[in-house]
Design a protein around this ligand. Structure first.
Ligand code: SAM
Length: 275
């Protein structure tokens, strides 16, 4: 990211363009290099915790909304025996996730398709659980996405999100200029606001947990990856359009907000009431 970069220029005033920009940004080599296989704080451990909180097991029909490279969906199939449908707006992510499922021999249990979280192409009541990791914060129409979660859940089914939180209102001004690069936090809300959005859509919130340490550890991993790549593979960094010196001010600014308690991470689960 020599600057936040063209793929990350977030046209906030146009929701469709904002979604397309986010999907394109997360499909870049730069993101794959810096984030590794899992695109959310907490990685596999937090996904396992979410799965246990949702009571997932063999035969559970799960929708993974904004499945990215497919890491969450594949874990739920591999370790919990779930049947998983992953959707993502990014064609590149869907292609990568589909290839990963095939190479692991999990394509019998998991499939991926291009779709918009705010307009899910599924029948009412067709899933036992909806999971959404580190993506709800990016949806311009959060209430619309929450309503879609409720619609596709069977009665008694559960939704679980893990997501970036921003407490104390909007991000402070120093981060305003980098809102595009950090699309994940540009429209993130507080843990209470996410719970309120799910409950306004008709879900009964069952659990809210603070996992802010996970976002701090993820930033450490990004900084370490950058340092190692700068020393061992500068050509790879350059080919992905990443300039370490240009990225450092952004990671520092995010670190300051994490330390101040403004930016964090949360896990929330909620149940669709049975009639
Ligand atoms: C931070 S990544 C998280 C990916 C995955 N859930 C994970 O935890 O590894 C966010 C993903 O959300 C996807 N996304 C953003 N807006 C979307 C939308 N409206 N519908 C579907 N996917 C969307 C992006 O393409 C990207 O792959």
């Amino acid at each position: 990211m020599s600057s936040p970069g063209a793929a990350w220029r977030l046209p906030a005033a146009d929701p469709d363009a904002a979604k397309a920009c986010c999907a394109a940004g997360y499909g870049t080599d730069a993101v794959a290099l810096l984030l590794g296989p899992s695109y959310h704080p907490g990685g596999a451990e937090l996904t396992r915790r979410l799965a246990r909180a949702l009571g997932l097991g063999p035969g559970s029909r799960v929708l993974d909304v904004a499945s990215g490279p497919g890491t969450t969906a594949l874990l739920l199939a591999r370790e919990f025996g779930c049947t998983v449908t992953g959707i993502d707006l990014g064609t590149r992510q869907v292609g990568q996730a589909t290839a990963a499922a095939a190479s692991e021999g999990l394509d019998r249990l998991v499939r991926f398709t291009v779709a918009d979280a705010e307009d899910l192409p599924f029948e009412d009541a067709s899933f036992d659980a909806v999971v959404c990791e580190c993506a709800f914060c990016t949806f311009p129409d959060k209430a619309g996405a929450a309503a879609e979660f409720v619609r596709v859940l069977a009665p008694g089914g559960k939704a679980g999100i893990t997501d970036v939180t921003v407490h104390g209102g909007r991000l402070p001004e120093p981060l305003g200029g980098m809102a595009a690069w950090i699309a994940c936090i540009a429209d993130a809300r507080s843990r209470q606001d996410y719970a309120q959005l799910l409950s306004a859509a008709g879900l009964a919130v069952e659990r809210t947990e603070d996992h802010s340490g996970a976002v701090s550890r993820m930033l450490e991993v990004i900084e370490a990856r950058l340092a190692v790549l700068a020393m061992t593979a500068p050509g790879t960094l350059a080919a992905a359009g990443i300039e370490r010196a240009a990225v450092r001010p952004y990671t520092r600014a995010v670190r300051a907000e994490i330390d101040a308690g403004t930016i964090g991470y949360a896990l929330i689960t909620a149940r669709k009431p049975s009639p």
